[in-house]
Design a protein around this ligand. Structure first.
Ligand SMILES: NC(=O)C1=CN([C@@H]2O[C@H](COP(=O)(O)OP(=O)(O)OC[C@H]3O[C@@H](n4cnc5c(N)ncnc54)[C@H](O)[C@@H]3O)[C@@H](O)[C@H]2O)C=CC1
Ligand SMILES: O=C([O-])CC(=O)C(=O)O
Length: 330
């Protein structure tokens, strides 16, 4: 029996992500939580003839508790999205409290669940989630993930497009760092199969991956940010977790994790000075098994990009941690 919960299920990401989870043979029970509209979304999805049962929950009548109780995996796309001209960090003031309160629910009602945080700014909301879980004495670093899969998906798509290849899915590209602008560092020199893109073409490709989110925000003209590609990416990540739980081996996804708690993380922490970092993480039945320290293999050009990413991440991480451990300073 696998129970998946989507918090923020009525939103632009939440609805298509819930649809994909309803279609998954690895999900038996789907709980949809939101502050509005979730019973409607759940009733709609419940007519689909796949095995997962679906139920919607609102905050009233202990809705969060009922949604989360018994959960194996909780995905969090709750919170406001960007409008043109905003950075992801501009979302902090509203989304930080939303993520804090939802993860408080996880700590109380399903402390052993995998938690996948989509809400931005991911660089800060994941440290917030970690601190809330620590405060309740239930933090398992192997089970907390910042979902950076959309950066991976974009790197595959945009690389294939530069090379004129028709199947982006053949590429495996380590995308490390965080999830905003220049904290996103695609390590194209370590792509498999190897790709040869140099000079201005390489620089443009890296920029496009780093700022792919802005491309969608601008194209949507004030009506939000990536939702459908994010639902795909979020589902790909949850699906990888569920496959690893079901015993499949060799599953690796780029994801943002708490370094001191995951095997291999200490080496990256020593090199970066950071507690949280996205890198290729091998997934197993209990979550993150090990994080690959590929930074030493990066090209000199990429090492330059990494230095910029470390700085941005340090600020974003401290801001998230302080939101929980030093709230009086806010
Ligand atoms: N990690 C990533 O790669 C990406 C992250 N995002 C982020 O995902 C978040 C959601 O984006 P969209 O779905 O487009 O926004 P949206 O506004 O369409 O949906 C957000 C949903 O969250 C709900 N919500 C608000 N407060 C809540 C609470 N306390 N509990 C439960 N639900 C609550 C809203 O009612 C709404 O249904 C944004 O922060 C966005 O920046 C978006 C794209 C990619
Ligand atoms: O750009 C945004 O605000 C949404 C996001 O995180 C992305 O599309 O990568």
């Amino acid at each position: 029996m696998v129970k998946a919960v989507v918090c923020g299920a009525s939103g632009g990401i939440g609805q298509p992500l819930s649809l994909l989870l309803k279609l998954s043979p690895l999900v038996d029970d789907l709980a949809l939580y939101d502050v509005v509209g979730s019973p409607g979304v759940a009733t709609d999805l419940s007519h689909i003839s796949t095995k997962a049962t679906v139920k919607g929950y609102l905050p009233a009548d202990d809705g969060l508790k009922l949604a989360l109780t018994g959960a194996d995996v909780v995905v969090i796309p709750a919170g406001i999205p960007r409008k043109p001209g905003m950075t992801r960090d501009d979302l902090f003031n509203i989304n930080a409290g939303i993520v804090r309160d939802l993860v408080e629910g996880v700590a109380l009602y399903c402390p052993k669940a995998f938690v996948a945080v989509i809400s931005n700014p991911v660089n800060s909301t994941v440290p917030i989630a970690a601190e809330v879980l620590k405060k309740h004495g239930v933090f398992d670093p192997a089970k907390l993930f910042g979902v950076t899969t959309l950066d991976t998906v974009r790197s595959e798509t945009f690389t294939a497009s530069v090379l004129g290849k028709s199947d982006p899915a053949v590429f495996k590209i380590p995308v490390v760092g965080g999830h905003s602008g220049d904290t996103i560092v695609p390590l194209l020199s370590l792509a498999s199969p190897p790709v040869s893109i140099d000079g201005a073409k390489r620089d443009e490709l890296i920029k496009r991956i780093q700022f792919g989110g802005d491309e969608v925000v601008q194209a949507k003209e004030g009506k939000g940010s990536a939702t459908l590609s994010m639902a795909h990416a979020g589902f790909r990540f949850v699906d990888s977790i569920l496959k690893a739980v079901s015993g499949q081996t060799g599953i690796v996804e780029n994801t943002y994790v708490y370094l001191p708690g995951v095997a291999g993380g200490d080496a990256i922490k020593a090199a970066t000075g950071l507690d949280f970092f996205a890198a290729p993480v091998e997934l197993g039945p209990s979550g993150a098994v090990k994080v690959e320290n590929i930074l030493t293999k990066a090209s000199d050009y990429e090492k330059g990009l990494l230095q910029v990413a470390f700085k941005g991440l340090a600020t974003n991480i401290t801001k998230g941690v302080d939101f929980i451990v030093a709230p009086a300073a806010k």
